[in-house]
Design a protein around this ligand. Structure first.
Ligand code: BES
Ligand code: MN
Ligand code: ZN
Length: 501
């Protein structure tokens, strides 16, 4: 799909379709009003007859509206004007794109970007519209022998901005949105890939693709032999039950000054989490292919970053591994020596994510990072606490936490902070080792982060628990592409490009 912006009045458009909003009850938006005047009351007449109430998401397609140059006019219900919020705006855009795809128009000029959304500027509205459109057009059918060929005539959407002065801002919004959407698509594609194809080697291949596609990206792979030499006893233990070798991919993006400290993103890459010897129950176990969602998110953010060529240095780490039961698998009761030298008593082999991440987090000390953010489908407890709407954010560094919350607010990719007080650390005490990998029934998301915090003392660190947000279950099962948008926004902000400048 092609996207662009322009600034013009609706009656002058020669496009196949013009899209304008109608509020509830039967109230025309400014642009709809303009069309109504030119057409001598054609639209208001229809509304009076009861054809469109203006409820959010309602659609009415008109042909040959008198005195209008465009072939079609799509009236889009936007609900009550005062109630138009961010979520509704996104939903309206998604619905509009789906409807446009069914109309036969190849091109549309959309005036919905001019609607007033409380507290949001034109940059935000155009960017969200393009992201919502791309999100709605995604499907994962590369493994279906018969692809559902949706008739998709729509080729181009032009978003209108109120004045010419706003054109560069709108253009910037489109550029950002397209880069982020590319990253989101990469994230979704790798996350949706089944675990018999997407194993740690596959993750490494995806990391190598970024190296091939961008001059300032280099990817190196750390294999099990090298992990052995590095003393990554904890990471290795988790992967030992699997025939698929554990591989950690390091993606280096050089966009900043040589001496600028890098930001580091570390993604949990469990390409399948069976639970290991502490085997998970069978129901819904297929969804544990998404336990590499953190790595997919980091890969997606690195892709968006490379596409945007931001002037910063960033290192993305995909901690690839598979957690399987076998006679060679690690067991409850085992005591592992981590790369940091600290020892861990394994009480449950299903609390494996933290065991992989802790060694990856120690490994990245070598980069002298400005900040480290890990991203992981870490705890079922996070799904209980926040559901599918917000990513859990835990951090020992307040400024970094606020930066991430800001980025989440700007991008619409929600996150919510949970505490990381030392009070919770006691839950990890072990009689035999330095601590255990299990915090007990209470506050599972926090104790998991407490575990990680024991390995992140040398730098500023934040942890994102995406267990509830990385994928959707049920009939719309699939990767959401989160938190690529939040991470990329964070990187944009770090590059001083948060506004449409
Ligand atoms: N990958 C899971 C967490 C998970 C579960 C994410 C369900 C999304 C949905 C993680 O490895 C895990 O199994 N965590 C355990 C930890 C427990 C054993 C302390 C959990 O949450 O039950
Ligand atoms: Mn697990
Ligand atoms: Zn897991």
């Amino acid at each position: 799909m092609e996207f662009s912006v322009k600034s013009g009045s609706p009656e002058k458009q020669r496009s196949a379709c013009i899209v304008v909003g109608v509020f509830e009850p039967r109230r025309l938006s400014g642009t709809a009003e303009q069309l109504d005047e030119i057409s001598e009351g054609y639209i208001s007449n229809l509304l009076r007859k009861g054809d469109l109430e203006g409820k959010s998401g309602q659609m009415l397609l008109l042909h040959h509206v008198p005195n209008i140059l465009s072939e079609r006019v799509l009236l889009v219900g936007c609900g009550k004007e005062r109630e138009l919020d961010e979520r509704q705006y996104r939903q309206i855009i998604t619905k509009t794109i789906n409807t446009l795809n069914e109309t036969g128009s190849m091109e549309a000029v959309c005036f919905l970007s001019e609607l007033h959304v409380k507290g949001r500027d034109i940059y935000w509205k155009v960017r969200q519209a393009v992201e919502a459109a791309q999100d709605g057009l995604y499907s994962f059918d590369s493994l279906k022998t018969r692809k559902a060929e949706p008739r998709r005539p729509l080729r181009k959407i032009i978003f209108n901005v109120p004045t010419r002065r706003e054109l560069p801002i709108g253009e910037r919004a489109v550029t950002h949105a397209l880069a982020i959407s590319e990253g989101i698509t990469t994230c979704k594609n790798v996350a949706n890939m089944p675990p018999n194809i997407c194993n740690p080697a596959y993750l490494a291949e995806q990391a190598k693709i970024l190296e091939n596609d961008y001059d300032n990206v280099t990817t190196t792979i750390v294999n099990e032999k090298e992990m052995e030499e590095l003393g990554m006893g904890s990471y290795l233990a988790v992967g030992r039950g699997s025939v698929n070798e554990s591989l950690m991919s390091i993606i280096k993006y050089d966009g900043g000054a040589d001496d600028a400290k890098p930001l580091v993103l570390v993604g949990k890459g469990l390409t399948f989490d069976s639970g290991g010897i502490s085997l998970k129950p069978g129901a819904g176990m297929d969804e544990m292919k998404y336990d590499m969602g953190g790595a997919a998110g980091v890969l997606g953010a690195m892709h968006a970053l490379a596409e945007l060529q931001l002037p910063i240095n960033v290192i993305g780490v995909l901690a690839g591994c598979e957690n399987m039961p076998s006679s060679n698998a690690y067991r409850p009761g085992d005591i592992l020596t981590t790369m940091s030298g600290q020892t861990v008593e394994v009480l449950n082999t299903d609390a494996e994510g933290r065991l992989v991440l802790c060694d990856a987090l120690t490994y990245v000390e070598r980069f002298n990072p400005d900040a480290v953010i890990d991203v992981a489908t870490l705890t079922g407890a996070c799904v209980v606490a926040l559901g599918a709407h917000a990513t859990g954010l835990l951090s020992s560094h307040n400024p970094l936490a606020h930066e991430l919350l800001n980025a989440s607010e700007q991008s619409g990719d929600r996150a919510w902070r949970l505490p990381l007080w030392d009070d919770y650390q006691d839950q990890l005490e072990s009689p035999f080792a330095d601590f255990t990998n299990l915090g007990g029934k209470e506050a599972g998301t926090i104790t998991a982060a407490c575990f990680l915090s024991k390995f992140t003392k040398k730098y500023n660190w934040a942890h994102l628990d995406i267990a509830g947000t990385a994928w959707r279950s049920g009939k719309n099962k699939g990767s959401t592409g989160r938190p690529v948008s939040m991470l990329t926004q964070f990187l944009l902000n770090r590059s001083g490009q948060e506004q449409g400048e």
